[in-house]
Each structure stands twice: as structure tokens, then as C-alpha cells.
Design a protein around this ligand. Structure first.
Ligand code: PLP
Ligand code: ZN
Length: 404
């Protein structure tokens, strides 16, 4: 029996696991399904401290095709101080800002590029809001693949510098993320480039689901009551749900149906929140996203409709936070837990705080807030709410006056 097969999310038609991502019959997205071997808690003990510890549950057939830069197994931080500040007794931060390229995107990019190697492709690329560029470029460097990045031209400086440093060909598109995405899709198909989040998307999202595996393992194989996930395209939120469901399938956890999955978006690009609040199943694209959370500035979220389904399935909500709330939340997290996140992480912390204030989370519920990117990638916008230190003369007497 083969390890995996593809299945249409809509009409359920099955396919061999090839370089394919859309159903021939109904154009629905294809998901990877598994014929899991017997798995116990012991299967994963004493494994490497990366997400490749879950190899049996990832879509790579031959281990020699793994392209790893040692991402994953990031800390699940017991956030007592932040919890106390906002009124929660069992709060955890999944700190994915400390991955090798400093965002969670190392998970999906690593799996997609490993699969591109397994398929024998000769080049890879991505459409990016910033973080995926570096994750793809770093894994491509490790695998010796030429790499093409398609990104809107207005993303943060640090993210461009980082992707260029890994040696990627960087195409800065004068337009939105959706423009960059459309171009990447066409070039991927016409030139046979493995675009990790487009024509490799079925495999790509398999990396993100390890955000569920790790949290479950770090909680000693328990399912949290509440999860808050920062959402752009919605791929990660869906993948996290899939991850918990698969752990239930292999009997490592139970009661997945009891968890609450919540979606956090920035005001200025919150098409899923808008649909949720209007009780609509249709996500109306935001034409011109305008938010400090650039990594979430996806006006037309590919998995938006499926996120709404997940929120229904898992009794969750969608909520937004504005630029000021986002930046305040970045400082709150930094000053309570010593974790420095970029605005996307600020979005989830700001929404978490709002949910507690609105009575959506009980103070004793086990709550996991996903922090997915690093503050060092977005210092320009964070600096806007900080005051630049005054330069002082190198004189002990004068400086000692400011030390209380
Ligand atoms: C891409 C990204 C997200 C959103 O992920 P989606 O799968 O597009 O919803 C969240 N946080 C950070 C830091 C990101 O880079
Ligand atoms: Zn179909």
C-alpha cells in the first residue's frame, strides 16, 4: 500500500500523489491523505528536534529527499506573565518566530521543496508576502535549486535582504500580493517551476500541520481548548485543523471536536473576519490591503472559504485588530514574555486579548496563541511606536542621572 494519495477536497475524487494540485473534475484543491502505519507515543520519542521527527506523517516517500535546515520543534512557552496581564491561567505561546529563517514558513517551504526534489523538478519559487521568500530561498540554497521569488514591492527591507542573501532571484512586482500570486501561478505552469504555495500547495500545507503535531506533543498529547491563528491565505489554519484530526486518526489524541479554532486578521485586510461577521460563506476580496501586518496582507485568501468552514466545525470566531492594537500587542508580548514578534504575531496576541475581554475564552481554558514571525523582520514599523534613544555625551556624571 502506498504511503499517500491525493484527494479532492470538494468531490473526493482520488489521484496518485503526483505533481498536481487541482481536481480535473471540479477544480477543487487536492489534499494529501495517508495510509498511516501503526503509530504510538513512543514512535516519536528520542527523535531529532525538528518537524521531520514526524516523518511517517509527512508526504515524502524516500528520506534521502528531505531538505532540512532544522526547522520546527520550536518552544511552546507557558506564558504566565502575559496570562496574568490579560486574565488567563493556562496560556501558551507557540513561538515559531525562532525557526531558522525566523517564521513558521520554514515548515511548508521545507516540505514542498523536499517534494520538489522527490519529483525531480529543476527549480522552485513562491509568491510571497515576505516570510515565504526567505523560507523558500533558504531551502532552495540547501537543495541547490534555482529559486524565483514573486513578491509585492512594498514589503519590509529586512525580508528582502534576507531572501537575497540566500541567493534567490527576486522579482519585486509593482502591485499587490494577489498580482504577484497570479504571475507566479502562470510562470509556474508554463515553465514547470515548483511554486511551493501554488502548484506544490498540496504538499506545502503538510508542513504547516506540524504546528498541530508539536503543540499536541508538547502538551503531552492533549488538545488545547482554544487556538488563535494569524491568518492570511488561510492555509495554515486549515493545516493545523488537519494536523489535529490526523493525530486523532492514529489515536494519539482524542476530543478534537471539543477544541475551538479562532482566526485573527488585521483590520485593513480582514476579508475572512468580514465574512464571518456578516454570517456569509463567501469571502469578498479586499482590493487594496492596508495594514502594518504585511505578512497577512492577502486580499483574496485562497483558503478563505475553508477557514469559515473550520470556524463553524470547531466553534471558533474570526476577529480583527487595528494597527495600534497590533503594535501595542507586540510590546505587551515582548515586555511580559521576552518574545519579540513581527506584526502578524501582534495580530494574534491582540485578538487573544480582545477575546478574553469579550468573554470568548474562559480564564481556565488551555489556550494556545500562535506567534509565527520574528520582530527583527519588521523593525521599521515597530520603531514607529517607540521613541528613539537620545544620544548622550559619554560622561558618567551626566548619564548616571538617568539611572534610577
Ligand atoms: C504567511 C504568514 C501567516 C499566514 O499564513 P497563511 O497560511 O497565509 O494564512 C501568518 N504569520 C506569518 C508570520 C506569515 O508569514
Ligand atoms: Zn473534485
Amino acid at each position: 500500500m502506498s504511503k499517500i494519495f491525493l484527494q479532492c477536497r470538494e468531490c473526493k475524487k482520488e489521484y496518485d500523489p503526483t505533481f498536481k494540485y487541482i481536481c480535473d473534475e471540479c477544480f477543487g484543491p487536492l489534499d494529501v491523505h495517508y495510509n498511516f502505519p501503526p503509530i504510538t507515543k513512543d514512535t516519536f520519542t528520542n527523535r531529532e528536534q525538528t518537524y521531520w521527527r514526524y516523518f511517517e506523517m509527512l508526504p515524502i516517500i524516500d528520506k534521502s529527499n528531505i531538505v532540512s535546515i532544522n526547522a520546527g520543534m520550536t518552544p511552546l512557552v507557558r506564558a504566565e506573565k502575559l496570562g496574568k496581564k490579560i486574565g488567563l491561567n493556562n496560556l501558551y505561546i507557540k513561538n515559531d518566530s525562532v525557526n531558522p529563517t525566523f517564521s513558521f514558513k520554514d515548515r511548508p517551504a521545507g516540505v514542498a521543496i523536499s517534494k520538489a526534489k522527490e519529483f525531480g523538478l529543476s527549480s522552485v519559487g513562491c509568491a510571497s508576502t515576505g516570510n515565504l521568500a526567505s523560507a523558500t530561498a533558504a531551502h532552495a540554497a540547501k537543495a541547490d535549486f534555482p529559486c524565483y521569488i514573486f513578491a509585492p514591492s512594498d514589503i519590509e527591507h529586512a525580508k528582502i535582504a534576507q531572501a537575497l542573501s540566500y541567493g534567490a532571484n527576486y522579482i519585486a512586482v509593482d502591485g499587490t500580493y494577489d498580482d504577484a500570486n497570479r504571475i507566479a501561478a502562470q510562470i509556474g505552469d508554463s515553465k514547470g517551476v515548483g511554486i511551493v504555495n501554488i502548484n506544490m500547495r498540496s504538499y506545502y500545507v503538510e508542513g504547516s500541520k506540524t504546528l498541530a503535531y508539536e503543540v499536541a506533543e508538547q502538551l503531552d498529547w492533549k488538545v488545547p481548548d482554544q487556538l488563535i491563528v494569524p491568518t492570511g491565505s488561510g492555509a495554515m489554519l486549515n493545516a493545523i485543523c488537519k494536523g489535529f484530526e490526523e493525530l486523532e486518526t492514529v489515536s494519539l489524541i482524542d476530543k478534537v471536536s471539543k477544541m475551538h479554532m479562532n482566526c485573527a486578521q488585521p483590520h485593513g485586510c480582514a476579508p475572512i473576519v468580514n465574512a464571518f461577521k456578516n454570517n456569509s460563506d463567501d469571502v469578498i476580496p479586499v482590493e487594496n490591503p492596508d495594514t502594518v501586518a504585511k505578512s497577512l496582507a492577502i486580499g483574496d485568501p485562497g483558503d478563505g472559504r475553508y477557514v469559515l468552514k473550520r470556524l463553524k466545525q470547531y466553534n471558533g470566531i474570526a476577529q480583527e485588530s487595528n494597527n495600534k492594537e497590533i503594535l501595542d500587542a507586540i510590546l505587551l508580548l515582548a515586555r511580559t514574555e521576552g518574545i519579540f514578534t513581527e506584526p502578524a504575531g501582534g495580530v494574534s496576541v491582540a485578538v487573544l486579548k480582545k477575546m478574553v475581554e469579550d468573554g470568548k475564552i474562559d480564564k481556565d481554558e488551555t489556550t494556545v496563541c500562535y506567534v509565527t514571525g520574528n520582530g527583527l523582520k519588521a523593525t521599521e514599523s515597530i520603531m514607529e511606536v517607540l521613541s528613539r534613544p537620545q544620544v548622550m555625551q559619554a560622561d558618567v556624571a551626566k548619564i548616571s542621572a538617568v539611572v534610577k
